[in-house]
Design a protein around this ligand. Structure first.
Ligand code: DGY
Length: 330
């Protein structure tokens, strides 16, 4: 791209500087500077006439949005998940959809573990207890949690992040069970984990962590029936997408002691209103979808999302494209 031929691109939120600088060097940037995502109408204005869009998981990019902008060549999502983008609609229209796999794997696995430990050992309840001035003495039965070392971990979704979660379980001498629709027997052997059908995994695991993409098949993968299979001492961690879990069923399971606790990076709805029943439950630890939120990882995501965007605009192969069949079509 020459200086005189700078494509117009939309960036739908302020992303780390490293990424913005890359895009600004080569493109005319229309940046949404608000702290909150643009509304559908604001997004439509922002995208008008753009050849590229660097989007967030909070932006809905569907067929109607794409039809308004036939010159759009690439939607580069600042996330590994891309359920906010209608990929078949993009493919039909020859629009490349890119994402940021790999660079956030370790941060997300670390965060899964922080939620697992916090929920198992009632860390937030302990902090609240101290802050409320309730700490009067050491107590033999005060805020007892569940033992992590030596327990059984069930990993649902044995992709990049699930595998990193499994690696970390070694340090806790855990038995690790995994479930996925796709078997990776090489990784299973290498990481010394055992495949189980989902129902068996839910029955046997002391800790269940979720790492699947949100699709029609995984929507409400965890519902009333599945919570009924889990141990009353079990802990659920959702580091995938909120709608993978049926929220009403989770509230009931936590409230009725069907499971011990939950640690949630993601929720349905998202954001979760402060008066939502999940927020009030002491055995539910919720963080605001920050699993990939380290300085280093968000820099890497910004850089990868920008490199994806620029590569497509230059007619080159982007580092991470989810519908590569469209490349070179226009
Ligand atoms: C993703 O990348 O899909 C996460 O949910 C946010 O980093």
């Amino acid at each position: 791209m020459s200086r005189s031929d700078r494509p117009l691109v939309a960036v739908t939120r302020v992303i780390p500087q490293a990424g913005l600088d890359l895009v600004r060097e080569a493109c005319e940037v229309r940046l949404w500077a608000g702290d909150l995502p643009p509304s559908a109408a604001q997004l439509a204005d922002l995208l008008r006439g753009c050849e590229g869009a660097l989007t967030l998981l909070t932006d809905t990019i569907d067929g109607a949005v794409l039809d308004r902008e036939p010159q759009l060549r690439v939607v580069s999502n600042f996330a590994v998940g891309y359920d906010n983008v209608d990929v078949p609609a993009a493919t039909e229209r020859g629009v490349a959809v890119c994402n940021t796999p790999g660079v956030l794997t370790a941060a997300t696995a670390d965060a899964t573990w922080s939620l697992l430990m916090a929920a198992a050992r009632r860390v937030v309840e302990g902090v609240d207890y101290v802050r409320a001035g309730k700490w009067q003495t050491w107590g033999p039965t005060l805020l007892l949690g569940q033992e992590v070392t030596g327990a059984t971990l069930g990993i649902v979704g044995f992709g990049r992040i699930g595998k990193e979660v499994a690696k970390r379980a070694r340090g806790f001498d855990m038995t690790v069970l995994v479930y996925d629709t796709y078997r990776d027997e090489v990784a299973e052997a290498e990481l010394e984990v055992t495949f189980r059908p989902l129902d068996d995994l839910l029955r046997e695991a002391d800790f269940v962590t979720l790492h699947v993409a949100l699709t029609e098949e995984t929507h409400h993968l965890m519902g009333k029936r599945e919570f009924g299979l889990m141990k009353p001492t079990a802990v659920l961690v959702n580091a995938a997408r909120g709608p993978v879990v049926d929220t009403d069923a989770l509230v009931a399971a936590l409230r009725d002691g069907e499971i011990f606790a939950a640690g949630l990076d993601v929720t349905d709805p998202e954001p979760l209103p402060a008066d939502h029943p999940l927020v009030a439950l002491p055995n539910c630890t919720v963080v605001p979808h920050t699993a990939s939120g380290t300085v280093q990882t968000r820099d890497a995501m910004a850089s990868l999302a920008s490199r994806n965007l620029l590569a497509v605009l230059r007619g080159e192969e982007p580092p991470a494209c989810v519908n590569p069949e469209v490349l070179g079509r226009r």
